[in-house]
Design a protein around this ligand. Structure first.
Ligand code: ZN
Length: 227
């Protein structure tokens, strides 16, 4: 797989690759499309740094493990440690904003959910987090009015706006930091709007964060013996 590194405003950083903290069901319409209740507090899970790959060129999905869904999510790159932080401290710690895919082996996740088991195998496999470059927040403007868009083979599949997050970015970071210290080089994925669905080998994906970031990628099959 292609090696991933954090890039902010066009330059590589020497930040380590940290964990990826994700929030499930942060858009009501997406919770409903999967027949999940709209949560009263954020649903959190973590992808390891081995899930990170660049969101460009070829991305590899383990198609032999059942349906692999795309979830397109605004991403936040952390630049300072955050432990039990305030929203103001969270704001100061945001180094970059980008877009990423929370790839999800949906059949496997469904099976794990039915057995009341953790989701990691379905969410945290190698390559499960294709991530874009980042731009600094002062260049982007309001974090809560960003368009999150994905098309597959020129067909628009997801078109949401960060205005519809149930828990906006700053309270979300503050909430996460009550449980997990966020470190420089960590990424937070802020949840997917509605429209998720399965990927097929050969699909061409175009992904946008407003008019600030654009990524193009194509889906390939992971060789079976690698997982
Ligand atoms: Zn997600």
């Amino acid at each position: 797989m292609v090696k991933y590194q954090h890039i902010v405003d066009g330059s590589g950083t020497n930040l380590p690759l940290g964990k990826v903290v994700c929030v499930g069901r942060n858009y009501a319409a997406h919770a409903r499309e999967l027949n999940n209740p709209v949560p009263t507090s954020p649903v959190l899970f973590i992808k390891p740094n081995t899930s990170l790959v660049p969101l460009k060129g070829d991305i590899f999905v383990p198609t032999h493990l059942g349906e692999c869904h795309f979830e397109t999510e605004m991403s936040i790159l952390i630049g300072q440690p955050l432990t039990q932080c305030t929203e103001q401290e969270a704001q100061m710690a945001i180094l970059g904003v980008g877009i990423g895919l929370d790839l999800t082996l949906r059949d496997l996740q469904q099976q794990l959910k039915e057995e009341s088991l953790p989701w990691e195998k379905s969410k945290s496999f190698d390559g499960a987090c294709p991530a874009s470059v980042f731009i600094s927040p002062d260049k982007l403007g309001d974090l809560q009015s960003q368009q999150i868009k994905l098309s597959i083979n020129q067909q628009l599949r997801q078109n949401g706006n960060s205005a519809d997050m149930l828990t906006p970015v700053l309270p979300l970071l503050a909430y996460i930091s009550q449980f997990f210290t966020l470190l420089p080089g960590d990424i937070v994925l802020t949840g997917t709007p509605a429209g998720v669905g399965p990927l097929a080998v050969g699909d061409e994906l175009d992904v946008w964060l407003s008019d600030a970031i654009y990524c193009k990628t194509q889906v390939c099959a992971t060789e079976q013996e690698k997982l």
